[in-house]
Write a protein that binds this ligand. Sequence first.
Ligand code: UTP
Length: 332
Amino acid sequence: MKVIIPVAGFGTRLRPHTLTNPKVLLNVGGKPMIFYIIDQLIKDKIATSIILITGFLGDKIKDYLDSTFDFKFDYVVQDEAKGLGHAVLCAKPVFKNRNDEVLIILGDTLFDVDLKRMISSGDSVIGVKKVDDPRRFGVVEKDGSGYIKRFVEKPSSSKVSPSNEAIVGLYYLKNSAKLFRSLEHIMKNNITVKGEFQLTDALENMLSENEKMKTYDVHGWLDCGKPETLLETNRYILKKRNKKITKEYPNSKIIHPVFIGKNADISDSIIGPYTTVNDNCIIRNSIIKDSILEKDVSIENCIIEDSIIGEGAVVKRDIHKINIGNNSEYKS
Ligand code: UTP
């Protein structure tokens, strides 16, 4: 089966990190987020072809994947980020047999899900998760027999949402020809939301052409699109892996779960829980928890929490020498 992974977005919600690195190469739990998606696809042996839709900083993604996996990837450039629907349509030339089935996975979302089971129902399947506040998401509305009858993009706050099943970014479609036809339809008719061609509009069009689609509950849905969700995913991965660090660092305490990369130089510090420290970081006299440190970061005299620190960054504070009188207040 062919798998399309769109990775051409700018990742604006993760700036400044995404100004110099594509979002999918940001590290979570010790690996770039795209690693987990590709690793699962290759291990599960469900992809005959993996097509990456690249754009801004796409060469970095290509270099990383080609040097990490023994797999021949297809790369298609989306010259302008015109939305997810447009990105998926860019993959059309790779589909020589237009009736191929297709799996679409968003590059910035990890899934703890049994993909083989998800695609085994015989129908097209859309990954969903029940959420408390569906108004922030695209949702699906189903008929009595469990088939999707409507897609609703971000039900507005004035309306009652028709369902609480949010679309999570995992789409299995039996017939790529129908998908591409529907994408071309929304492009031709200039059907956009906030100026972008949406995949959900094409799916809606497929429903109107009697395509049968079911939902699949995705419990492990790990969004990496915003700083807070990236850190949440970091926690999830570290907790799940729960690998104990046996190496000792001078006068330091490691509170698991953590990931510590190669050549980390740590002293007089407390690291963890839920902290990823990538290769070559230097940490002195600091406390770091719930954070991600990219490679070559240097930290001294700091207490750091819920933070993402980019490659090569230096964060140092002075040690304050204080000579302070009774009943004074000093805050820093
Ligand atoms: P998002 O909208 O979540 O990602 O798209 P973004 O645009 O990169 O991030 P923000 O909103 O600016 O912070 C979900 C996935 O679809 C890809 C993105 O790269 C991401 O993996 N995408 C989105 C494209 O490939 N092309 C597009 O035109 C839009």
